[in-house]
Design a protein around this ligand. Sequence first.
Ligand code: SF4
Length: 392
Amino acid sequence: MPTPLEPPKIEENDLLARYPFLPQAKEWLNVLSIEENITLKMLIEDPFMEPARKRGRLRLIEMITHSKGVDMDSPFDIYTRSGQLMEAYSYLFAKLIICSAADEILVSRWAQAEAELAEKRLSVEGEKLEIIARTYLDKISHEKNELYRSKIWDGKGIRIFGLKRGVWKIGLVDFIELCPNISGSRWRLANHEIEQGWITLTDEENYCSDAQLSRLLREKIKVEIQRDVREQIEKLGEEQIPGLETYVKMVTETLGDFKKRELELSMVDQEDWPPCMHKAITELARGVNVNHTGRFFLASMASKLALPQKDAIAFFHNAPDFSESVTSYQIGQIYEMDYTPTSCEKMKLGSNCAVEFGDDSLCDKEWLKNPVQYVAVKQGWKGKKMDNKKEN
Ligand code: SF4
């Protein structure tokens, strides 16, 4: 994606503290550490830095448990130098732990949680949203609407932030590259106004243009954080940062508990499930953002197999954007409507099918049109084997 070569200069330190992953924050943090005499050792063990470590730990725990996302409001006064220092260093402290743990699932969840926090903040950033957007996007324009300037709230908790301030347009290339991992029809190209290479992010009643732009920026921010952390992990190699062992143990153990829960779930009799169902479950468990087709398929399949709703919800626990209330509601709806799971044809089109020709003889059958048939046939075969045994 054509990211601007020279990001715009950001003078406001409170902004850099709120978004410490910005490329412009690097220089500010270097100067800050020299002026305040903050060393790595000090960050890890000096009592003065405890507030930063405490918030850093919170960032990490919530990243794994995904309870309610990292609190958007910093506990520090972000307009003071010390508040900015603590907020920015809480991010750096958490990043150090992720780098030391060097676990790909942690990297992915950490980047996701930080990008989500950034999205929430950006959607209410107001005038400053533009300078951050210009850091990541080349082609962007804003048409102000002075009449509206209110915070919008969505009762269902789906989209709860955003300032209605006008309409954003972004370049078609940026839009196409940022959208594939975002589920929902809103993010399909066909549902947007396109004009001479520009896409309009329409200012909707419940999803304002600022919030939509922030959602797109979240994708870019996540990729950048992941790239940065992976680079650091590579630089570290086998080396360990002294003093971080307890923290690394804390996050890996918490993550381990979550993985164990997934494993228990996967012990449910699965041998009759189609490969595409295994694929969706595995990807979600790894924190991969499964697209809308895959998610609908998995929920409708769980309903057809009469799995308890709580088990269906548990499939999504590790999804990067998991929300207990939203998932429970959506799964409840799918169970109630008793939808037919997505056809094999649509699964293939949406890149949700798990096999190539020759991988699974049942999937190769021309008459196999829906993954539900896969289960039915497998169970039929089992039934026949049982009958044969009885006859023998
Ligand atoms: S062919 Fe159908 S049943 Fe088999 S993996 Fe693909 S979508 Fe699933």
